[in-house]
Design a protein. Structure first.
Ligand code: ADP
Ligand code: ZN
Length: 732
């Protein structure tokens, strides 16, 4: 096959992939001045202009005089071959059509804007025709700040004059007005600044990682270490090593609330802040990041999973922090796991991946077991801090009135901490006041009108909220079913209710409730966390938000209100998730000099997962869990794909499901089985009925082509949507 040319002269026929839902690329003629392979362009499509990327040589086979021309080439670096490959391979893996993949890679606000300039002002050469106070002040400011240029607003504010004063000076040439590009490079990060002095464990891990980075080749390392063991310090050194080689690094974090603390650590280590990419960043900043990453004007990006699609010029390292976290799984639109796709991307561009976690996913653990990943362990906590003591509180023997959740034993432990001026954390992974609102007259439970889910009372908001679709309604006074007044009762605990109980038990204590929905912004939450870490609260009440990476040096007690919460249900990963979450929460205690204790309230302290948590035998837990999954032939020892059919018409969804189940030939061919159709665990979301099928296949078979052939046999009715979830994380 002849190599694809990297440049097309004007008039040459090229294939352009657009972000429109078409079957493939369309042919266009290269515009005046030609275009590069991978160029981001705008093309005519019917009466519209749509964005696209020059994908390769045009296919032709039609009257060339009919071919339309590319309208223009956008002012950004062309897509690299490596990115094109990544999109194709990821599209094949997740069964996503290329236009949808391309949308992920072009999600930069203002991408098609002309190069954006802004006016700046600096000292010119003329002398003013007339001296006034205001004019003198402007010149003073410009003289004081030497060669710096100002925006009009900055200059007039600094000088305390109106903008017309500055404009007047511009007319006379006293002040020079210039256009400069709005998108500028990020400040250089300096890897030669000294890092922390490393412990022997850490130094050894850094040596291994550095050697891997020196190869400029692909490799994945699982960096396991308890919370506080210094994993972040270790991967910061990997970032340093990557920068020394002149390559770029991407650090993925599972939670925006964590970025602020991390940015500060990067700044402390490298002397400047990196680029950021997540939903909390302004459009302007995002566009700047997108462009600078492509031109080499950003060395390190800290971001959410979608940062994987940034057009890195020379990506040498991807860190996935808290790699086990389920928020790496994108659950709508294109369904993908950012951790797995990071590995794919790195393998294509010859980069290293570091997967960091205190409690790795079973997938990563087993990849390390079979030698696909290198495994590095940090076993001790940094400094004097040691792992907390872990106890179960057997709730069957605690004397606790109904509608109370803090056992006398836990209460006593908190009281002791209060007396010593130490902090306690009460952990409950349930937002809101109470998970169920029940009418004591008729037994009615208030549900969401659009979903098959209960409405959750949020007392701070004075509303009921559906955690599925986000729908809210005011808290009613009468039962919506029997109209009885004053009979609605809260059943079960949420963090808000727990905080009420704590307030009653410990009236003197300062109590802070941390739940993502109680803060207007990530910044507000972050500020609150910093204050708490500095000692602004005695008792912290929190959801899983607090399990993720924050440092609370004064915290010495963690009470887990309901350690059994994740153990019920048929979730494949229930045990693994509970294990990870409990260990992470327990890891919050005793991070500084003081030894910590974690207490788990449980009605089944003899459950194997609870026992594994208490004994601290992680390898034992993973081996046991691995055996069970191997036996059942499920991931990571077998493959799963979920098929969700959703439709306003339940019968239609079921008919399609049955049709698929009958025509299972292409799946049988590769040894895969189909289960279902069955109503999905949440059988209705936003008014759409949901039916699911589950496909189970042995590891190592070509599952995706078989799935494609299978699905291609049926026609999906207009109103119905068919979604394929490869490697499903949750089964809702
Ligand atoms: P992890 O990422 O494993 O939770 P961190 O890297 O955040 O651990 O380390 C925990 C704390 O210990 C942080 O405050 C960090 O700055 C500190 N720390 C870790 N290693 C060192 C070191 N070698 N020298 C000084 N402080 C360290
Ligand atoms: Zn709902």
């Amino acid at each position: 096959m002849p190599a694809i040319p990297s440049f097309f002269a004007e008039g040459a026929l090229v294939a352009v992939m657009t972000t429109q839902p078409l079957d493939g690329p369309l042919d266009y003629k290269a515009p005046e001045g030609g275009c590069h392979l991978g160029a981001f362009v705008e093309v005519p499509l019917g009466p519209r202009k749509v964005p696209g990327v020059v994908w390769g040589v045009g296919l032709g086979g039609f009257d060339l005089s009919k071919a339309r021309s590319i309208i223009r080439v956008l002012d950004v670096a062309p897509m690299r071959e490596e990115m094109q490959k990544f999109l194709i391979r990821m599209g094949d893996y997740t069964l996503t059509p290329m236009p949808a993949m391309l949308r992920l890679a072009t999600r930069a606000p203002g991408l098609s804007d002309p190069p954006s300039m802004r006016k700046v002002y600096r000292l010119g050469h003329g002398t003013p025709d007339r001296e006034t106070d205001a004019r003198r002040r402007v010149l003073e400011v410009l003289n004081t700040f030497g060669g710096l240029s100002f925006t009009l607003k900055e200059l007039s504010d600094e000088a305390g004059v109106t903008s017309s004063v500055v404009k007047g000076l511009v007319k006379q040439g006293v002040v020079a007005e210039e256009d400069t590009p709005r998108d500028t490079s990020f400040p250089r990060l300096d890897p030669s600044r000294p890092g922390k002095e490393l412990t022997a464990d850490q130094a050894q891990a850094v040596t291994t990682l550095s050697a891997a980075i020196q190869t400029d080749d692909y490799g994945t390392t699982l960096l396991r270490g308890v919370t506080g063991s210094g994993k972040t310090e270790v991967y910061l050194e990997a970032v340093a090593q990557t920068l020394r080689r002149g390559r770029q690094a991407l650090v993925l974090l599972p939670e925006i609330a964590l970025t602020a603390e991390f940015l500060t650590r990067i700044e402390a280590r490298f002397g400047a802040r990196p680029a950021e990419w997540h939903s909390g960043v302004t459009m302007t900043e995002r566009r700047r990041t997108w462009k600078m990453v492509g031109q080499g004007g950003a060395q390190v990006v800290v971001g959410a999973r979608s940062a994987l699609f940034l057009p890195f010029q020379n990506l040498g390292l991807i860190v996935v922090d808290e790699e086990h976290d389920n928020s790496y799984k994108q659950e709508d639109g294109v369904l993908y796991n950012a951790r797995d796709m990071a590995v794919l991307r790195a393998s294509i561009c010859g980069a290293q991946v570091v997967l960091a976690s205190a409690t790795p996913s079973l997938e990563s653990w087993s990849n390390a077991e079979v030698g696909k990943y290198t495994r590095l362990d940090l076993n001790a906590r940094f400094g004097v801090a040691v792992m907390p003591e872990l106890h179960a509180i057997d709730m069957r023997t605690e004397d606790l009135p109904s509608n109370r959740w803090i056992s006398p034993t836990l209460q006593q432990a908190v009281t002791t901490r209060l007396a010593k001026g130490e902090q306690s954390l009460l952990f409950l992974n349930r937002r809101g006041y109470a998970p169920v609102t029940l009418c004591r007259a008729c037994g009615h439970q208030i549900g969401c009108g659009e979903c098959d889910a209960r409405m959750v009372e949020h007392r701070f908001l004075k509303r009921l909220v559906c955690h599925q679709c986000g729908d809210t309604q005011p808290m009613p006074d009468v039962c919506p079913s029997c109209q009885a007044e004053g009979k609605l009762a809260a059943v079960g605990p949420g963090v808000e209710r727990l905080s009420e109980e704590a307030q009653e038990l410990f009236p003197e204590a300062r109590i802070a409730t941390l739940s993502s929905d109680l803060f207007g912004s990530a910044r507000a939450l972050k500020e609150q966390i910093v204050k708490i870490a500095e000692g602004a609260a005695d008792i912290i009440i929190g959801t899983q938000l607090v399990a993720k990476g924050h440092n609370f040096p004064l915290l010495t007690l963690v009470g887990v209100i309901d350690a059994d919460l994740g153990l019920q249900g048929s979730d494949l990963r229930g045990a693994e998730r509970t294990f990870q979450l409990m260990r992470q929460v327990a890891g919050r205690a005793g991070r500084a000099e003081k030894k910590g204790t974690a207490m788990l309230q449980s009605f089944q302290p003899e459950h194997p997962v609870i026992r594994a948590i208490l004994s601290g035998d992680e390898e034992g837990f993973w081996r046991a869990e691995a055996d069970e999954r191997r036996h059942a032939g499920v991931p990571p020892y077998g493959r799963l794909a979920g098929i969700i059919l959703s439709s306003p018409d339940m019968q239609q969804a079921f008919d399609l499901g049955n049709d698929l189940a009958r025509r299972n030939g292409p799946l049988q061919h590769v040894g895969a089985q189909v289960f279902g159709p069955a109503p999905a665990p949440i059988a209705r979301i936003r008014g759409r009925h949901r039916v699911r099928l589950l496909v189970k296949a042995p590891k190592g078979v070509a599952l995706q082509p078989a799935l494609s052939a299978w699905i291609a046999q049926v026609r999906v009715p207009h109103q119905t949507r068919l979604t394929v979830d490869i490697d499903p994380q949750s089964f809702f």
